[in-house]
Design a protein around this ligand. Structure first.
Ligand SMILES: *Cc1c(COP(=O)(O)O)cnc(C)c1O
Length: 427
């Protein structure tokens, strides 16, 4: 049986049906921005393989770091043992993060990093003497992953809530941050969205352990860019009501939005931070949850003085080694000009879409470009078009978006923009 036929019959792909699976292309190799298919066709990976391959595919320094680690110590358990790559990565993270965020927990994927953050919050509240604080709050339009607790905090409409019903715990939601990035900030709490957060906390903060949000850019839940002042307001309200603030920078971290971390534009530091995706430069699944000393101390004061989590592949040396190499690439600083260049290129390239009848909005921030459409995109049609245009895009509902690898050239960015505008113009 041909690979593609076997795949159709036996393999689930993300959010897919085994009865009517969508079409898939077979990728044979990848280098830089390029995906090379089994039949030799090439496509630009405009998605950075879901935010991950920030330096492009198969970057020689990342490959080299992983190969060197592979020859020495591919894996060892992390209970009672440690190793250079784990320590080296924590050193780098602590040095690059805002002061105060310096207690690092490694896990295998973004969703798990979120689960760990939520556990940390509940255990820290226990340690602080608040055993009733076991629920969570978030803004609508969020996406935090596919595991149960993370899923319960995703947007109740675009997320998976309606399919799981009572199986999901009920959490608290405020409206998505209403003021767009770059718009004028209204001081009136009824208009800037903070009134809703304050009202929720005033009524129910004694049940809420933490408030989780993706700073600045809501990703898979709606590709929405919002005003950083909202984050400063939420930080203040969390402090006033004893709610721990959790930032999910799994998509936005490591330069994607134009600053190393999105939270820097707001000048706000959370109590707990989740990192993933581009952490390894997209080479391996890996994530980290970083807490403040205050959170770590509160957990240690609790009835279970240890943090109750410990994945089998925690601190995997291959992942840590390649993450160190990826952060060293970022430390060179070239990403800043690259992301600024992509931002300018996407602004230019996507501008013609504004005039198209089916387009609601066009947004660009850092190396992220979004065309917000009136109607959902025809995914099957896009899939075929990607082959012809040589640009790999994977829209989601009404949202046609890209986040190219930082190494994309101006010509490649222009090509991505042109492909997106063409799709947006389909009738
Ligand atoms: C992708 C993503 C996750 C989940 O990460 P996985 O590695 O897919 O489990 C969580 N939060 C955000 C913001 C993401 O973009």
């Amino acid at each position: 049986m041909r690979d593609l036929d076997f795949d159709r019959r036996h393999l689930w792909h993300p959010y897919s049906s085994m009865r009517e699976p969508g079409p898939v292309h077979e990728v044979a190799a990848a280098a830089g921005v390029w995906l090379e298919l089994a039949d030799g066709t090439r496509m630009i990976d405009a998605m950075s393989s879901w935010w991950a391959a920030a330096h492009g595919h198969r970057h020689p320094r990342l490959v080299e770091a992983m190969q060197a680690q592979l020859a020495r110590l591919p894996h060892v358990m992390f209970g009672g043992l440690t190793h250079g790559p784990a320590v080296g990565l924590a050193r780098r993270l602590v040095a690059m993060l805002p002061a105060g965020l310096d207690r690092v927990f490694y896990s295998d994927s973004g969703s798990v990093a979120v689960e760990v953050a939520l556990k940390m919050a509940v255990q820290a509240q226990l340690g602080l003497g608040h055993s009733g604080r076991v629920a969570f709050a978030s803004a609508r339009g969020g996406y935090y992953g596919d595991t149960w607790k993370a899923m319960s905090l995703c947007d109740p409409e675009t997320g998976m809530h309606r399919h799981f019903g009572a199986a999901l715990q009920v959490q608290h939601f405020v409206p998505r941050p209403p003021v767009a990035f770059g718009a004028e900030w209204p001081e009136d709490p009824a208009q800037n969205g903070l009134g809703a957060v304050e009202a929720l906390f005033a009524k129910q903060a004694d049940q809420i352990a933490g408030f989780i949000v993706e700073p600045l850019v809501q990703g898979a839940g709606g590709m929405w860019f919002y005003h950083p002042r909202w984050l400063a307001g939420v930080r203040e309200l969390c402090d006033r009501h004893g709610v721990l603030l959790i930032f999910d920078e799994i998509a936005t971290g490591f330069g994607r939005t134009g600053t190393l971390f999105a939270m820097q534009r707001a000048g706000v530091v959370p109590d707990i931070l989740c990192l993933g995706k581009a952490l390894t430069g997209g080479m391996m699944s890996f994530a980290a949850t970083v807490a403040s000393g205050r959170v770590a101390e509160a957990i240690a004061d609790g009835p279970a003085p240890v943090l109750m989590h410990g994945p089998t592949f925690m601190g995997n040396p291959l992942a840590c080694a390649v993450a160190c190499a990826s952060l060293d690439l970022l430390a060179d600083g070239a990403w800043q000009a690259q992301v600024a260049g992509i931002e300018a290129g996407l602004r230019r390239g996507l501008a013609p879409a504004r005039a198209l009848p089916g387009v609601r909005d066009v947004r660009v921030l850092g190396a992220i470009g979004v065309i917000d459409l009136q109607e959902p995109v025809d995914m099957g049609r896009v899939h075929g078009f990607c082959l012809r245009s040589g640009v790999w895009l994977r829209p989601f509902g009404r949202l046609l978006y890209c986040m190219p690898p930082f190494v994309a050239t101006p010509e490649e960015v222009a090509r991505i923009g042109a492909a997106m505008v063409e799709i947006a113009g389909w009738r």
